[in-house]
Design a protein around this ligand. Structure first.
Ligand SMILES: [Zn+2]
Length: 225
């Protein structure tokens, strides 16, 4: 028999098989492909700091959680988590070195405090994507806690000002859109989604007309230069 990943020839006593609920479920594997396959998700149960790993060959959650690759295009994609025992109550993108990190940290601390207070059985699932700086943070509660879990999530979001666009950059508006807006409205000094949002609010219904006017003006000015 051969290893399904690296093709190494295997003796009967050397064979490992892919865990249930994984991509290589039941397929023969060599020792290193079985143990050294990179994790695609890490699960933390409640207060327990032990990481339970899910890779394409192993599933240390014994099927509590499974992951599936979702491709956006041939080069990009992410792993999506699923569970039959737990219910998803929130999902967030964890962007390294990003302003939103701060608010997610606050959210995470506070929601776990409340979940513990109410004795709610919860799990956090961190999944990988093709972007090394971006992970997904999925928060799950045990099925019977779904309603209370969701209510508490909303409560904490309000408490920590979670949805305020000032925490986000390049999520609603991408970098190019922000640069363009900054050019069209130089006096507004637009740097983040929040600034862009404030501008939209200020302009209200006139936003499209004003934008058109600014674009024309900008073109005229750059032609003159
Ligand atoms: Zn192998």
């Amino acid at each position: 028999m051969k290893c399904s990943i690296c093709g190494k020839k295997l003796k009967r006593e050397e064979i490992y098989y892919g865990d249930v609920c994984t991509y290589y479920e039941g397929k023969p594997l060599c020792e290193s492909c079985y143990f050294e396959n990179e994790p695609v998700a890490i699960v933390y149960y409640g207060k327990d700091e032990t990481p339970y790993i899910i890779s394409e060959v192993r599933n240390e959650t014994a099927g509590d959680f499974t992951v599936r690759w979702k491709s956006i295009d041939p080069w990009r994609g992410y792993y999506e988590s699923k569970s039959e025992k737990y219910v998803l109550v929130n999902t967030a993108e964890l962007l390294a070195y990003h302003q939103s990190e701060e608010i997610l940290k606050k959210f995470d601390e506070r929601i776990r405090e409340l979940f513990d207070e109410y004795g709610i059985d919860y799990a956090r699932v961190l999944t990988r994507s093709s972007n090394v700086f971006c992970q997904n943070y999925d928060l799950y509660v045990r099925e019977n806690w779904a309603l209370l879990g969701k209510i508490l999530v909303e409560k904490v979001k309000t408490e920590v000002d979670y949805s305020n666009p000032k925490w986000y950059r390049n999520i609603i508006f991408d970098e190019n859109a922000l640069i363009k807006l900054a050019e069209f409205f130089p006096e507004k000094k637009i740097k983040t989604d929040y600034d862009a949002f404030e501008l939209m609010k200020e302009l209200g219904e006139n936003v499209v007309d004003e934008l058109k006017r600014r674009m024309k003006e900008y073109k005229r000015n750059s032609a003159r230069r």
